[in-house]
Each structure stands twice: as C-alpha cells, then as structure tokens.
Design a binder for this molecule. Structure first.
Ligand code: IMP
Length: 435
C-alpha cells in the first residue's frame, strides 16, 4: 500500500508545493483532490519560479502522471490559462502526463459573480475574505445538485440546455444580491460558446480518474496526494465559517480523490515555523505590530493568488497539535525556518485562556466554536532566537543550537516527529532528519 499525503497544518500557504515537488521523485502519480484555483503553489526549479494554482506540483517531473481528481472544482478558463503559461516555458502538459476527472464540478461565471457579491456579507459580521474564484458557490451547487454541472456533462448533447436552465434561475438571485452598480448580466449563449471551446481543448485529458486511481491502488503504485489550503480551513473541522468549502485537512483525502482510506501509508503534515492567515477569521497568535511586519517582509508573505498581505504571527502549538491529531500525521515538516533568523526571541503558543459563555478556562484543545477562538488569549513560552542565515544549511547538525531547540520544543508540544525542515524555496534547501 503506497499512498502518501501532503497536508497543510495551518491556514494554508505552508509551502506544500515545494515539499510535493521534493517528494515527487519517489512517486508515479501526483493527485490534486480538493479545492480549485483558490490555491497557490510556488515551485522553484533551478532558480526558475513557477506559480501553480490547479496543476499538481508534480507536473515538472518526467515519468510522473498528474491527476486532478473528482473532488476538485475546476474553472476551465483558468486551468487552460495555467497550462498555457507553463507550456510556454517548455514544460510538456498533455494527455500523456495529466488526467482531469470527468466528475470534477465546473465553476461558471455565476459562481464567481456570487462569490464576489456574498464575500462582503457574512452572518458572523466579519467578511470571510474568499479568493473570489467561485469556489464556495460551486461546492454549494454540488451539494445542492439541481444547478450543478460536472466536467463530463460538458461533452453531452444537453449541455447548452443545462446552462440556459441555470442562467434563468441564477440571474434573479444575482440581481437580488447586487448593490448599486454591481449588477452582473449572464449571457447564456456566450457562456455556452466559451465553455464548449474550453471543453474541446481539455477533452484529451478528461477521463474517469477514479478508475485510473483504483487501478493504481490495485497495482500498489506509489501515489502522492497533494492537499490544498490547510487543515484549519477545512469546511467541517476548521474555523467555520472562516474556512474554504472542501475538506482540506487529512480527513479529506480518500473521499475527494476516490480511493480507499487504507491505501494511505504515510501522511506528511507541513507547518510554517510561524503562522500566517489570509482572509477573515480569528487568529489568536497574530502580531499586528513590528514583529508581524518583520515576518511578512522576511517571508515575502503576500498571497500567491490574490497578492493580499498575509496576516502573520507566532507559532501556535495548540492549532498545529489539533491538525496533526485530526490528520493522523506521522511526519512533520517545518517550513520557512530561515525566515525566523534575526527576528529575536521567539514565542510559541502552548495553550489558550478562553473567555467563553460559561466563564474563563485554560485549554490546549482547539475550540470548536469560532467565537471561543476569537476570545482566546494565547499563553506563550519564549525560546531564544538565532541570527545565523540558514538558507545554505543542508543537515540538521549544521543548524544553530537555538534553531534545534526551537524545533525540538515544537515537536514536543505538537506530539509529532519532525522529519523535514525547509530553509528556502529551492528543492535543494531541504533538510531530511532520519527517523
Ligand atoms: P475560498 O476558498 O476562496 O472560498 O476562500 C475561503 C477562505 O480560505 C479565505 O479566507 C481565503 O483567504 C482562504 N484560502 C483559500 N485558499 C487558500 C490558500 O490556498 N491559501 C491560504 N488561504 C486560502
């Protein structure tokens, strides 16, 4: 049994793309199985930077087959643009190395329009701050079924009829949501023409990826499952409603990819050496001060997809311990350790003091209700920092003593062995710690 998963343990952007790229050489297949073009993965190869959204990070490896599985929501226009921009840099992408599930749900202009119109209004007050890619409305229609179109539907004779039916139903909804100057007019004929053209271009790659993956399972091939976003953005287990619309924690892999859970042999969880978050929602260890700005500057913490400045703060061991237990993580990768050089003394959150509806209490259990998290005051311990530049360190032994102590304490608090440390964006800037 040979499935390996790479899962983000915080609120996304943990450098999963780089670690997937590093681990890909041990695998025959790389699978993206949830989310959509809301994800942004940066892969640096030989000094060249590639920004991927929906394409699996294994796309640069010869003899590796990439799969976009049925749990993904796919915007045909954006995936074709992404394929175009990567192939323009002499990387082959086609039916020989990419399969896209005919079960994947398609993002249409009405999803994107609704995402923009509802993003600014949330029943909990604060805006969710979505990436505006239509992800939530598309997953909502998938669950609702009546207004959903899957990629496989685009090759059927009733595709145009379905689009007309949905446009008729959705236009009044968009009109009701729109404020002054926000009206979006859906043109069914134009949508049918544009999306049919996209479908023709994608057709050679569209297939039943569930059958493909089940063959890989039967043949006991090594398959890498590439998570998008992070565990704390999981629709069921994250900081709801400030989450994405898919199961982005470790629990999401089998259902979204279409494989039996017992196929998964190894689960690698990735956490930054500090914490970031984009969009709304509580973030107990956030540093809205000079420290947060220093981390943002040193870590280039600006969104890959939306370019928004990321909110930055200290490492939160309560949150990461929760994500590790939820995902059954057996190997922890700590990324961006190099960013903390010269930050000074470091703080690690070990528990929360929560002022909840039943009074004050201290806990190391991640709260299930977002308002309890909003009222959580982090309890910190301080660890000495280091000044040395880590970007050219290649072995654990070469790390400064303070960095080793910091890693050791994190491992102890979250209850997981650290097997990988990343000290820069290039695949070579990776330290493997033998078990
Ligand atoms: P959506 O996934 O576009 O609906 O956005 C929902 C929330 O998830 C927002 O707070 C986004 O900023 C966040 N989010 C979605 N994708 C990513 C990601 O790849 N990295 C970090 N945050 C993300």
């Amino acid at each position: 049994m040979a499935g390996t998963c790479v899962i983000g343990l915080q609120w996304g952007d943990e450098a999963k793309g780089k670690i997937v790229d590093v681990l890909t050489q041990e695998n025959r297949m790389v699978v993206r199985y949830q989310g959509g073009a809301n994800a942004g993965h940066t892969v640096v190869r030989g000094g060249e930077k590639f920004k991927l959204s929906l394409l699996p990070s294994g796309i640069f490896h010869e003899n590796v087959h990439c799969v976009i599985a049925g749990g993904v929501v796919l915007d045909p226009i954006s995936i074709l643009a992404e394929i175009g921009s990567v192939t323009a840099r002499n990387v082959y992408i086609g039916a020989r190395n990419l399969s896209i599930s005919d079960r994947a749900h398609v993002i249409f202009p009405w999803h994107v329009a609704e995402d923009h119109l509802t993003n600014i209004r949330c029943s909990s007050g604060e805006a969710i701050g979505t990436t505006g890619r239509g992800i939530g409305p598309c997953y909502r229609d998938k669950a609702g079924r009546s207004f959903a179109i899957r990629l496989g539907d685009m090759f059927r004779s009733d595709f145009a009829e379905k689009v007309r039916f949905i446009v008729k139903a959705r236009q009044p909804v968009l009109d009701a949501l729109a404020g002054e100057g926000e009206r979006v007019v859906l043109d069914a004929d134009a949508i049918i023409e544009e999306y049919s053209a996209c479908a023709s271009k994608l057709k050679p790659m569209v297939t039943d990826t569930t059958a493909l993956l089940l063959d890989a399972v039967d043949a006991d091939q090594s398959v890498l499952f590439e998570g998008a976003q992070g565990s704390l953005l999981d629709i069921d287990h994250g900081t709801f409603p400030y989450v994405t619309s898919s199961n982005s924690s470790g629990v999401g892999v089998p259902a979204s990819a279409g494989i039996p859970p017992r196929f998964i042999r190894r689960i690698v969880g990735i956490a930054k050496a500090y914490t970031t978050r984009v969009g709304g929602g509580p973030f107990p260890t956030e540093q809205e001060n000079a420290i947060g700005q220093l981390i943002r500057d040193r870590g280039h913490e600006y969104g890959t997809v939306t370019k928004r400045p990321r909110r930055c703060g200290w490492f939160d061991a309560v949150a990461v311990r929760y994500a590790i237990r939820l995902g059954g993580i057996d190997t922890l990768c700590v990324s961006l350790l190099d960013v903390l050089s010269e930050v000074g003394d470091l703080k690690i959150c070990t528990s929360y003091e929560i002022d909840g509806p039943d009074g004050k209490y201290t806990t190391n259990v991640f709260p299930s209700h977002v308002e309890d998290l909003r009222h959580a005051t982090p309890v910190y311990e301080t660890a000495p920092g280091w000044k040395e530049d880590l970007s050219s360190v290649r072995t654990y032994e070469e790390l400064p003593g303070a960095a080793k102590n910091y890693l050791h304490r994190i491992s102890e608090l979250v209850g997981c062995r650290i097997g990988i440390v990343s000290v820069g964006p290039d695949r070579l800037q990776t330290i493997f710690i033998p078990g």
